[in-house]
Design a protein around this ligand. Structure first.
Ligand SMILES: [Zn+2]
Length: 342
């Protein structure tokens, strides 16, 4: 860990906290779209944790989590290691209340992050890589599903040996429903932020809170507890682990089954709560037309669960209304695979 941690235009010495910005991009009128950053450099040695929120511009709960952890709950004098907090990693999306960058409809987490001369969103990704991601040892990437009844969950890829053990440890202590994948890092994998981090052996855990457009409970408490538990597990702060309470958790190792889509257009009503067990073939929702007639019963394709109802969402859009078109995402489904650990 360096004496001085430097990110963007800020430099923090041991035992200090500061705020600043990472230089982003300029709009047509010359306005700078920069990325605010909070930095805390602990008095003691330890890993550098990056906590980021709002890769998707309408998923704001993680902003509050970062503020609580970095402004209220952790003291740099008692911290071993450092924390980099980025409340909004895609200001081009957040500013216009959009899921993706309004300027080119790209996702800062999915574009190449190694191209300082790339397109607009690639330049933002590169700034994030150069100034923050490349300096971190552990990364928590906070997203949110839209609706307040979604299941809080986390995604880890256990298919990369260099990051596997750390990810399993992070997931276990964060303590929400865990959905695993095991995709090895291909040699020709695109240089996204995630893939660049994985190739350096840096674990990135995806946390999905709920009710993404609003700062609310239980997202704040669960997010704060999870981040602090990770800091305790990696010996950055003292304190007892605090298990998640008051939220539905499907324990063990779960796996995504994919997206259940609408075959008819209309309004939709849901019968089952995310996290509730569903038998294969059981109806989880029905779609009805504007005359009020039911036109489709949406059935579970497998024994398992749903973690969220994104409503009319399809690729690269954010669900908003309780209505779907043909092909729209109705539910995200997953199956329970086995007991912990993966
Ligand atoms: Zn997201």
């Amino acid at each position: 860990m360096p004496e001085n941690l430097e990110v963007g235009d800020v430099s923090v010495g041991r035992g200090e906290s500061k705020k600043g910005t990472i230089k982003g991009v300029e709009l047509v009128d010359g306005t700078s779209i920069d990325i605010p950053v909070l930095l805390m450099n602990g008095a003691g040695d330890g890993p550098t944790l990056l906590v980021q929120s709002t890769q998707h511009g309408i998923e704001i709960q993680g902003i509050e989590v970062i503020h609580r952890v970095m402004r209220e709950l952790v003291n740099p004098e008692e911290l071993r290691g450092a924390v980099i907090g980025i409340p909004v990693v895609n200001p081009l999306a957040f500013t216009y209340h959009k899921y993706l960058s309004w300027i080119d409809d790209l996702d800062v987490g999915r574009v190449d992050a190694d191209k300082p001369e790339g397109n607009t969103t690639e330049r933002l990704a590169h700034a994030l890589w150069k100034e923050a991601w490349s300096k971190a040892d552990l990364i928590v990437n906070i997203h949110c599903n839209t609706r307040p009844d979604s299941l809080l969950y986390q995604g880890i890829n256990v298919g990369i040996p260099a990051t596997r053990d750390k990810l399993v440890k992070m997931a276990e202590v964060f303590g929400v429903t865990t959905i695993v994948s095991d995709a090895p890092l291909a040699e020709n994998a695109p240089p996204t932020l995630d893939n660049l981090a994985a190739s350096k052996g840096v674990p990135v855990i995806l946390e999905e809170l709920i009710d993404g457009r609003w700062i609310s409970e239980p997202s704040t408490s669960a997010g704060v507890k999870g981040v602090l538990n990770i800091m305790k597990a990696f010996d950055m702060i003292d304190g007892e682990m605090e298990p998640q309470e008051g939220i539905r958790v499907v324990p063990g190792v779960n796996r995504s089954h994919g997206i259940i889509r609408a075959n008819k257009g209309g309004l939709i009503r849901f019968f089952k709560t995310p996290g509730e067990f569903l038998k294969k073939g059981e109806a989880l929702a029905e779609i009805y037309d504007l005359y009020g007639d039911v036109v489709e019963e949406v059935r579970m394709p497998v024994d398992g669960y749903v973690w969220a109802y994104p409503c009319g969402q399809s690729l690269n859009t954010s669900g908003g209304l309780q209505a779907v078109q043909t092909g729209a995402n109705v539910a995200y489904a997953f199956t329970h695979e086995k007991e912990w650990p993966p």
